[in-house]
Ligand binder design. Structure first.
Ligand code: ADP
Ligand code: C5P
Ligand code: MG
Length: 197
């Protein structure tokens, strides 16, 4: 992590909304590191010597949220191991526990620049995840896990987005459009943030 206080953009939206796809593109074109909370959890669970694998895998399959102490530590380590000053934190914070844990560990240490909210119809999200599931190897890209992930999203993550909306931090993007159109909208948001520096 650079010596300056890092800039953080939280990236939220339903399962399959396109968060990972867009973050990967941003990381290619702009000076951001892309940290996906879900990806970090999957990587940790896949380590043969991980003591957390069983617990994490249970949550992944059930679409429930892993305790923040685990997720936040993985994010913090990834930030510390990066030489970037700008971070896209994808899929976090997903619930109030995530917010509380982040505040405890990171309060005052980073600048939260905005929350990129990829807004996408539930049906479209399901179709995208099932399509992704044909090749992803993920244990949660199936109808049963998706049903649970959508409940978690509606019950736990939407209130987080609403809370950030009240704080005027949310940049909403219509994520049901094609990848290029969504990316153009993302770039407008990123330019508006840069110009407010
Ligand atoms: P998330 O990280 O939000 O769960 P992903 O970026 O992994 O979503 O995208 C889910 C699936 O949908 C992937 O297979 C991806 O290729 C596809 N996808 C992403 N964005 C779009 C889009 N705008 N239009 C159509 N398909 C998309
Ligand atoms: O964002 P992604 O779809 O990769 O997340 C997959 C799963 O990882 C979630 O359904 C959840 O079980 C877990 N996760 C979590 N806490 C986060 C992000 C993801 O528990 N902040
Ligand atoms: Mg993703």
């Amino acid at each position: 992590m650079a010596s300056k206080k890092p800039n953080v953009i939280f990236v939220l939206g339903g399962p399959g909304a396109g968060k990972g796809t867009q973050c990967a593109r941003i990381a290619e074109t702009d000076d951001y590191a892309h940290l996906s909370a879900g990806e970090l959890l999957r990587d940790e669970a896949a380590k043969p010597d991980s003591t957390l694998g069983k617990e994490i895998n249970e949550h992944l399959k059930n679409g429930s949220i892993v305790p923040v102490a685990i997720t936040c530590k993985l994010l913090e380590n990834a930030m510390q191991n990066s030489d970037k000053e700008n971070f896209l934190i994808d899929g976090f914070p997903r619930n109030q526990d995530n917010i509380n844990g982040w505040q405890k560990a990171m309060d005052g240490k980073v600048n939260i620049r905005c929350v990129l909210f990829f807004d996408c119809d539930e049906q479209v999200c399901v179709i995208r995840c099932l399509e992704r599931g044909k090749a992803s190897g993920r244990t949660d890209d199936n109808t049963e896990s998706l049903r649970k992930r959508i409940i978690t999203y509606n019950e736990s993550t939407l209130p987080v987005i609403q809370m950030y909306e009240k704080a005027n931090l949310v940049k909403r993007i219509d994520a049901s459009n094609d990848v290029d159109t969504v990316f153009q909208d993302v770039q407008s948001v990123l330019s508006s943030i840069k110009s407010s520096n």
